[in-house]
Design a binder for this molecule. Structure first.
Ligand code: RIB
Ligand code: CA
Length: 309
């Protein structure tokens, strides 16, 4: 059965690999890609999404969205992904541009036209909350909402308390987590460690010697160096592809998850963007998020290699 998917992304290095995994999956129809500012300015995210779709031979419509957060100032992640978001490899410009419709309207249109679809968010949630405000009915039309973002009260990657996607636009994240969307949260910690490609796996990917295998490695070269400086890892950690694997094959990928009440802090300077997970149900609030706590990393890597063929 073909799965209909809508992807919202701040397309940079790891987003591009996640897009390729979905676009090249035989059982998935990506009906729309919407772009948002985050890793890089939205014009750059849009260009990168179009370029990645072209590499995959996919003519999926791409819609440009929010240029910045709802309230706070934009602080892009080019320090991590490179100025062009794709490791500054000098890739050519895409041959087509985005559609005229803006991303929030496109999200609403795509979800209304494909009830039960999977919405995958790979970046800040600005487009999603604007779409929900403009079209509140869509909250009941989304079958699954897989969010790459947050941590389970764990180590942040942009502040000690927060993961980048929720931190970049904390007010949007707070509203989306409270919206009633059927959120499956893929937190940063399940994307790290063993989930990253070690040196041998990177060499194995390179030895596929396909255009996408080289693209996956090359466009993530800046991010890998930034991650090494940040945490000492020499692995190629791929948060968005990890979340995409959850979306594409939850049954075989997810080996641990639990339902919890999760609230995102929006205003505290210290904990802005923190996903506060009520792990022990001490609030008594009804769960609003399925938190993915463990994945089958070997199965994830098989999916990644399949996408690179
Ligand atoms: O914290 C990781 C997330 O932030 C990923 O989506 C990466 O692309 C960046 O947007
Ligand atoms: Ca991203």
């Amino acid at each position: 059965m073909t799965v209909r998917m809508v992807i919202d992304t701040d397309t940079a290095s790891d987003d591009a690999v996640a897009l390729a995994m979905a676009l090249r999956h035989p059982d998935v129809d990506v009906v729309a890609i919407t772009t948002v500012a985050g890793n890089c300015p939205v014009e750059v995210s849009t260009r990168n999404a179009l370029y990645t779709a072209e590499l995959c031979g996919a003519d999926v419509p791409v819609y440009a969205g929010a240029a910045g957060p709802l309230v706070v100032d934009a602080q892009f992640g080019t320090w991590f992904h490179g100025e062009d978001g794709l490791g500054d490899q000098g890739y050519p410009l895409p041959t087509r541009g985005p559609e005229l419709t803006d991303a929030p309207a496109a999200l609403a249109d795509a979800i209304r036209a494909n009830p039960g679809c999977i919405l995958v968010t790979l970046g800040p949630l600005t487009n999603v909350v604007v779409a929900l405000r403009q079209a509140p009915d869509i909250v009941d039309l989304v079958g699954r909402c897989v969010v790459m973002g947050g941590t389970v009260n764990a180590v942040g990657n942009v502040t000690p308390a927060a993961e980048f996607n929720l931190w970049f636009d904390p007010h949007a994240a707070r509203a989306v987590f409270a919206s009633g969307l059927p959120i499956e949260m893929a937190p940063w910690e399940i994307c790290r460690g063993e989930a990253g490609l070690d040196g041998g796996e990177q060499e194995a990917l390179r030895s596929l010697d396909t255009p996408l295998a080289h693209f996956f490695l090359d466009c993530n070269s800046t991010a890998m160096e930034a991650a090494r400086r940040q945490s000492g890892t020499r692995r190629m950690e791929l948060p968005d592809p990890t979340a995409m694997a959850v979306a594409l094959d939850k049954h075989s990928i997810v080996t641990g998850s639990s339902q919890h009440y999760v609230e995102v802090e929006a205003d505290s300077p210290l904990t802005r963007g923190m996903s506060v997970v009520d792990s022990l149900n001490v609030t008594g609030n009804p769960p609003n998020v399925e938190v993915v706590t463990a994945i089958d990393v070997q199965r994830f890597k098989q999916m990644l290699f399949q996408a690179a063929q």
